[in-house]
Write a new protein. Structure first.
Length: 574
């Protein structure tokens, strides 16, 4: 593709590269070794979440170099920059987890600022760990310049005593160890063998769930999000993405042409069909918000309710992301749904073709059992469902994939932080049959809406995953399993019903009917609300304080600004 194909007068980079008044700006570009030809080409931001915090991100810098080669090969000029990532596996179980969800919006904001400040014409975003995926996609639809998303790829599974394991098994091993079911030696061994390579957590936890979303929503090239991080084929996807973004510039195909209401419904369908992370019910509304589309938790839950669960993936099933890639990848899952009538085929994708046109190139693989046809699902409803009732008027979410029983009734046992609850669980200071309540962990109350994997995994490791339920206004990791309900809203910090509960109140949960209620009258709840007082937080300055001032409800994605519906001018049109 000839660089002359591109009209600089219509691209954002004209503000830094065109005309005599931009001579000072060009001098900086010459200082970095760019030629006049390169300066005159479209400038493509290559945003990477690389860091040395965790294996999720460690391969992103290498992959970014291949992306840049693809851009250059198609007569574009790549400009690489990095943004932050908070890795949930390391932030989990302590105060560091308050940073996790906040990082999603900081990533989106920082990518926006870099793109705006330097007037780049297109964006290729590479992300690895949980919140970096939606954060990068949020920035793409917010900026609305031609964009392609690249997932860094999943980690390979580990092996412990002849069985395939993931980091989920290590978290659950802590619970087993606490009750004497695992020796010190075995715990030391499992932590050393669970994560044998670069890449994000290997099962259908949040990272792989949102990677599946990226392909289904149309922002990533087919097959690109399924290949594990160590596989050399990732270079081919990275190079192709660099080339393809130049075609998107030429054809003026933008993220908001791709991320429509129908595309969001497709994304929710693949989450349900794969038994994906409940966090998708937070991130899909946030991505929609950037486009100015109304698509909240209840909209997501409705798609979950009517979509069959067909991919047998951990934590509820038996396979990991590598297995699905080798069986046919995310396109195989999408073909199952498309052939069954569960996907909108007329949605545009970054290939320049629609979902239906992409599916013409996908053949069903009958020699695998990772993904089933929708005519023979694992369950007829999705692996994740929404709940609503007098305990959660703004909704709640639960992953039911792999659960034998989907109803639970028991007395509340209330804790005002995850630390309080984890200590009680560690000391086995709870009773079977109780509904454990962790509150003041919502978006404002945390602040930051922490995940509760350390607690839920400890319960599962102690063998009571199906003997207690747990509800919270915080979140759960995609690795969580058991009867665990998150995103309960309104949250306790704003006087929601979860903050009015007392020990012994009877809570009724029915994931089949989609209800969550406490056996209290409206009058009793109103009386308790009158007596309720806001709880003080220790976070009275810094980024967590700032986040708490602006963050909205979990129902609408815990977003921090007015979104696309309120914008007067999009960056792409400056």
């Amino acid at each position: 593709m000839d660089a002359k194909t591109f009209d600089k007068s219509k691209l954002p980079s004209r503000y830094t590269t065109s005309g005599p008044e931009r001579a000072p700006h060009r001098s900086y570009l010459y200082a970095m070794g760019l030629s006049a030809k390169e300066i005159n080409q479209p400038l493509v931001g290559v945003a990477s979440c690389w860091n040395e915090a965790a294996p999720c991100n460690i391969s992103l810098m290498r992959q970014a170099q291949v992306v840049k080669k693809g851009v250059a090969a198609a007569d574009g000029t790549p400009r690489e920059f990095c943004t932050i990532t908070v890795t949930d596996g390391i932030a989990m179980g302590h105060q560091g987890m308050k940073s996790s969800l906040v990082s999603r919006d900081v990533i989106a904001d920082s990518v926006e600022l870099t793109m705006r400040g330097h007037c780049y014409d297109a964006l290729i975003g590479l992300a690895g760990c949980d919140k970096s995926l939606p954060g990068m996609m949020m920035s793409m639809v917010r900026l609305n310049v031609p964009s392609i998303f690249i997932y860094g790829g999943s980690i390979l599974p580990g092996t412990f005593k002849g069985r395939q394991i993931t980091v989920q098994d290590v978290f659950e091993a802590v619970g087993q160890h606490s009750v004497g079911d695992m020796s010190d030696e075995d715990l030391a061994e499992i932590e050393q063998v669970a994560c044998p390579s670069a890449g994000s957590c290997g099962a259908q936890f949040t990272a792989n769930t949102m990677a599946t979303v990226a392909e289904a929503i149309g922002l990533a090239l087919p097959y690109s999000c399924g290949a594990p991080a160590p596989y050399e084929i990732r270079d081919r996807f990275c190079f192709a993405s660099g080339e393809k973004v130049m075609e998107l510039i030429a054809r003026n195909i933008r993220p908001r042409d791709i991320v429509t209401r129908k595309a969001l419904e497709n994304a929710a369908a693949v989450v349900a069909a794969s038994g994906g992370s409940t966090n998708a019910a937070l991130h899909l509304p946030a991505i929609a918000h950037e486009c100015g589309i109304e698509f909240d938790l209840f909209d997501v839950a409705e798609i979950f309710r009517k979509t069959p669960y067909v991919a047998d993936l951990k934590p509820g099933g038996k396979y990991v992301a590598k297995d699905m890639f080798e069986a046919g990848g995310i396109p195989l899952l999408m073909k199952s749904l498309f052939d069954g009538g569960y996907l909108h085929g007329d949605c545009m994708t970054v290939t320049g073709r629609t979902i239906a046109e992409n599916m013409e190139f996908v053949e069903w693989n009958g020699d695998q059992d990772v993904v089933r046809p929708t005519s023979d699902p694992i369950t007829v409803t999705g692996g994740v469902v929404g709940l609503k009732g007098n305990l959660a008027p703004e909704g709640a979410i639960v992953k039911v994939a792999g659960m034998a029983t989907q109803t639970f009734t028991g007395p509340a046992r209330c804790f005002d932080s995850e630390e309080e609850c984890f200590e009680a669980v560690t000391n086995r200071n709870y009773k079977e049959g109780e509904v454990i309540v962790i509150r003041y962990e919502g978006p404002k109350g945390g602040p930051g809406m922490r995940e509760m994997l350390s607690t839920t995994a400890a319960l599962y490791g102690q063998g009571v995953g199906d003997k207690v339920a747990l509800i919270t206004d915080g979140r759960f990791s995609g690795a969580t399993r058991g009867f665990c309900i998150g995103h309960v809203g309104p949250e306790a910090a704003v006087g929601g019903p979860i903050g009015l509960l007392k020990d012994g109140d009877i809570i009724e949960i029915d994931a089949v009917a989609g209800t969550i209620d406490v056996k209290l009258s409206d009058a009793e709840l109103a009386q308790r609300r009158e007596a309720w007082k806001p709880r003080e937080t220790d976070y009275t300055s810094g980024v967590l304080w700032k986040y708490a001032q602006t963050v909205g409800t979990a129902q609408k994605g815990a977003v921090t600004h007015p979104g696309g519906a309120k914008e007067k001018q999009c960056y792409a049109d400056i």
